[in-house]
Design a protein around this ligand. Structure first.
Ligand SMILES: Cc1ncc(COP(=O)(O)O)c(C=O)c1O
Length: 438
């Protein structure tokens, strides 16, 4: 039996009745690398990168796929993304450092962030990144000053908030007017930013960027976003003589976390966005810009599962059964932040019928530390290896040391081989930066 809907593409049940990913038995991986363990399937990551390039490439030559590294950022991931010919978006100096450590081509890096520090701006300039996505008036001044000091001219995009609200969780909506990101269109701040950028001698404004939110299922929001942006571009061409070469509509395509989720496909996303941009070009009589998209979740999300060891099984008669695992909100914050729903299964009992309804709890000192509520699994016992699928995006990326819990290890599996790409933290690692009072 295979689980391709929410599990990595290479997932099967093997002869031992265990879950197998990338030719590796998940129970063996848990034994070898310990738990909690993030297991990334290299094939699924590459398939997703290729699906983006193939589907957009079928519709237009004028496109670029920029992987949003915030979904899962590390050296190995940046290397893989470079090999697949995608560009990279970074949101902090730390994500930029990971890209640099991987030798990621600097020209293909896009630097986001609503509050870039001077040190981050200087790092970006000094390593020659392709574009800054300018987010505030302060950044325009700081970037202009730093570029002038270096005698360089830096290409930039301007980040605008188009006032489009997709149907998704409030905390992952970013394109509405009341947002900490970017310059608003309706309040005139975006036009003011374009004007200032056009006057900045060391900055070259080459395009616009907007991102309306994340885990978006209905694609009409993208069509509305593109329409709104074209109206603005028309005005800015008239008022400032600005011609847009790069038209970046952000990321946000949703994925399936449970069998019941019905996200749109990459092909549908490509069709809607390319068609909308063509329509905008025709309506406003513009030159076709290069369309950029910035997927994170839809590349990394389905590629990984998290494996945990079951520690306790607490049956409250007539109420519920809590199955506690050795991780929780320190390796997956999404259920607590967004009420996100996950599935679960026991990797060592992959063939056993899922007859028991249980709630998967973490090990943290917090009642809200619940990973999955009311999910069917095979009868659980301490020592079982419990897996939650679709944890490849914003899982490890948001991992933290709550309760001084060391962050998990991450392996990449392919062809029966597992490579450790991020080591497990130890208690000593957690203590390393602490100093005594005396
Ligand atoms: C500017 C920007 N681009 C791209 C993304 C990636 O979004 P997703 O992972 O939902 O595709 C995000 C995520 O929040 C973002 O803020």
């Amino acid at each position: 039996m295979t689980h391709t809907l929410i599990y990595p593409h290479t997932t099967v049940h093997n002869a031992a009745g265990h879950l197998e990913i990338g030719g590796c038995d998940v129970v063996d991986l848990a034994r070898e690398f310990g738990t909690p363990l993030f297991i990334y399937d290299e094939q699924t990551l590459r398939d997703q990168c290729r699906a983006y390039r193939a589907t957009f490439g079928k519709l237009t030559d004028l496109y670029e796929i920029v992987y949003a590294s915030k979904a899962f950022s590390c050296r190995a991931m940046a290397e893989l993304v470079a090999q697949e010919g995608l560009s990279l978006d970074v949101a902090t100096g730390g994500e930029l450092a990971a890209a640099r450590a991987a030798g990621f081509p600097a020209r293909r890096i896009y630097f986001h962030g609503n509050n870039k520090s001077v040190a981050e701006i200087e790092l970006g300039l000094d390593c020659g990144i392709g574009h800054f996505v300018v987010d505030s008036f302060e950044e325009i001044d700081r970037l202009e000053a730093a570029a002038a000091t270096r005698g360089v001219r830096q290409e930039v995009l301007v980040r605008v908030t188009p006032g489009v609200r997709p149907h998704t969780h409030d905390f992952v909506q970013t394109g509405q007017q009341d947002s900490k990101f970017g310059f608003g269109l309706s309040d005139g701040l975006a036009a003011e930013a374009v004007s200032r950028l056009r006057d900045a001698p060391h900055l070259g404004l080459v395009g616009i960027h907007a991102h309306i939110g994340s885990q978006i299922f209905e694609l009409d929001s993208y069509r509305r976003e593109v329409e709104v942006l074209f109206v603005a571009l028309d005005e800015w061409r008239r008022d400032f003589g600005f011609e847009c070469c790069i038209f970046n509509i952000g990321g946000g395509l949703g994925i399936r976390y449970t069998e019941a989720d019905m996200p749109s496909s990459i092909a549908e996303f490509a069709h809607v966005s390319v068609t909308a941009v063509r329509a905008g070009v025709e309506r406003h009589g513009m030159v076709m810009p290069k369309l950029f998209v910035e997927p994170g979740r839809s590349i990394a999300g389905k590629a990984a599962v998290t494996a945990y060891t079951v520690g306790t099984v607490k049956v409250i008669p007539g109420v519920r059964t809590y199955v506690a695992v050795d991780g929780g909100m320190s390796d997956n914050l999404r259920p607590m932040l967004y009420d996100s729903r996950y599935e679960a299964m026991l990797a060592n009992k992959a063939e056993a019928p899922a007859t028991d309804v249980v709630t998967i709890a973490g090990k943290h000192c917090e009642s809200g530390d619940v990973l999955v509520r009311d999910v069917y699994v095979a009868p659980p016992q301490p020592g079982d290896i419990l897996v939650t699928p679709a944890t490849g995006a914003y899982g490890y990326a948001m991992a933290n040391n709550y309760n001084a819990q060391p962050r998990p290890a991450v392996v990449m599996v392919a062809g029966g081989r597992a490579r450790l790409i991020i080591e497990r933290e130890t208690w000593d690692d957690v203590l390393r930066l602490q100093r005594p009072l005396a």
